[in-house]
Design a protein around this ligand. Structure first.
Ligand SMILES: Nc1ncnc2c1ncn2[C@@H]1O[C@H](COP(=O)(O)OP(=O)(O)O[C@H]2O[C@H](CO)[C@@H](O)[C@H](O)[C@H]2O)[C@@H](O)[C@H]1O
Length: 479
């Protein structure tokens, strides 16, 4: 199948959060399975610092009365063809924020549609989040191109929605004022990034006002858990960490803890319970809950804490101030740094993720892979990826709590702190987590099933000539 991924982020060149991880990894695995997958991404002003981009564009197009160029390259570290949408609106050295979010991403989506119609025609456009939400609307009457829309974060439905209706030239009943809703309504298939979250978003608590629409289209809605790139994120050979290790050489991991404590200016103490968090500092991630209990937790225990993240100014300031009250025990790094994030996954004993809601969550899977035991709230994808520690039956991979309450988080952290004192059991817990299979292969298979289901094809290829069947079925489904 020919599939064009259209998204605002793709790791390792343009990543703010988990969506970048998915778009940077999934195409690679789909290509290994024999599909022709390519990525369409904005040409951000900072990209030339990160990769080689040819000087000459391969194609010029027009969208929304604007002339744009498309440059062809390859996603670094992979064989995935990458098309970069070149327009001055994306020249600033940032991915998001700014006055023109609505306009420039609508232009980008429109550019992607033009590109698919006129230059490289895919069978499926796989759209990601609100930035690409108008594509399913524009494609829904195209007999040759189908669309899959993946919801990575329902909370972001695009800014200035009342104004967007004018830009997209779509009336309210086509959801032109809300590109997330538009995509949900018009895409051939809609999925989100975990089965639990796919169920939760049909309820008012998690539906972000779209629960009615999502319930209505539930026949085409599914949940496919994300994977992580286990080749790139591998404690066995990660060049960014001090000491590589495996489940068999877990004792070596201590060197990472000590090196991290030194790097962060914390008291070097391999016995102290060391908790880390790597996150966007936004309401979703439960930062308010942490702020309510961290002071008390640090006062009652010998624990150390490191935060790496950027986001809301209020959370940044609060975390910064808290760190100043616990010198040598708490470090706050308000920046984005992939290498440091890996050292935190590899050097801390536990990883905190008390999310208010969580579509899937990549960070907890990374922490499991690097032997940092996750402490999570049981919501969304965290339910599907972390199970509660049960020492009696030697089961579970982390510590979980249910209610979004400070006391529940506090209790859970204390239980983890207590558990850390029992070294053999703790090591078993770490090993179970590290042995979990979060590779993309299983999820990529699920995506292929999803693509095939658009054409009513069986889950597995059962005939000797699948391509012929596929072409025939696609022709029938669109006629
Ligand atoms: N300051 C920093 N420095 C370095 N690295 C940082 C960082 N801040 C965050 N990261 C990295 O960004 C990623 C975060 O991914 P998550 O999936 O956990 O959350 P996010 O909310 O961004 O993703 C959304 O999309 C993904 C993908 O579908 C869903 O899993 C998730 O639930 C949804 O909220 C991780 O790789 C993490 O290491």
């Amino acid at each position: 199948m020919r599939i064009l991924f259209v998204a605002a982020e793709a790791a390792p060149i343009a990543k703010v959060g988990g969506m970048g991880d998915v778009v940077g990894a999934l195409p690679k695995f789909l290509r290994e399975m024999g599909h022709d997958v390519r990525i369409f991404l904005p040409y951000y002003g900072f990209l030339p610092d990160k990769m080689e981009i040819p000087y000459e564009p391969i194609w010029w197009g027009d969208a929304m009365f604007q002339h744009f160029a498309v440059y062809e390259s390859v996603l670094p570290g992979t064989d995935v063809p990458l098309y970069l949408f070149g327009h001055p609106a994306f020249m600033p050295r940032r991915i998001y924020s700014g006055e023109d979010e609505d306009w420039r991403f609508t232009l980008f989506a429109n550019g992607a549609a033009e590109f698919a119609w006129n230059y490289w025609k895919p069978e499926i456009i796989h759209c990601h989040d609100w930035h690409t939400g108008m594509i399913p609307v524009w494609m829904h009457q195209d007999p040759d191109i189908s669309t899959v829309f993946t919801i990575h974060n329902l909370a972001y439905q695009g800014p200035w929605r009342w104004y967007l209706e004018k830009i997209t030239w779509c009336p309210w009943y086509m959801q032109g004022h809300n590109t997330m809703a538009a995509a949900v309504q018009f895409a051939n298939k809609v999925n989100t990034v975990s089965p639990t979250y796919a169920e939760q978003i049909k309820t008012p608590t998690y539906g972000e006002t779209l629960e009615g629409l999502l319930s209505f289209i539930s026949g085409k809605l599914s949940g496919i858990i994300n994977g992580i790139d286990t080749e790139v994120y591998n404690p066995e050979n990660d060049k960014y960490i001090t000491q590589t290790f495996t489940t068999d050489t877990l004792d070596k991991r201590k060197a990472n803890k000590i090196a991290l404590q030194e790097e962060l200016g914390l008291e070097v103490n391999s016995k102290a319970f060391f908790i880390g968090i790597v996150t966007r500092l936004v309401e979703q991630k439960g930062i308010d809950l942490i702020l309510q209990i961290l002071d008390r937790f640090l006062s009652y225990t010998d624990a150390q804490f490191v935060l790496l993240g950027t986001g809301d100014r209020y959370y940044e300031t609060q975390m910064w101030q808290l760190a100043s009250r616990f010198p040598g025990r708490m470090a706050t790094y308000l920046l984005y740094n992939d290498a440091l994030s890996r050292r935190i996954y590899a050097g801390t004993d536990a990883f905190l993720m008390p999310s208010r809601f969580e579509p899937c969550g990549i960070s907890q899977m990374m922490s499991l892979r690097y032997g940092s035991v996750p402490i999570v709230r049981r919501t969304g994808g965290l339910v599907d990826t972390v199970s509660h520690h049960d020492p009696e039956n030697a089961a579970g991979t982390g510590y979980c709590f249910d209610r979004y309450e400070p006391l529940d988080l506090f209790t859970c952290m204390i239980r983890a702190w207590e558990g850390f004192r029992f070294k053999p059991q703790w090591q078993e817990l770490q090993k179970r987590g590290m042995s979990e299979d979060f590779s993309w292969y299983q999820s990529a298979k699920e995506y292929v099933k999803l693509y095939r289901s658009i054409y009513g094809l069986p889950e597995e290829e059962e005939t000797p000539q699948p391509e012929l069947v596929l072409n025939e079925a696609m022709a029938n489904s669109k006629s």
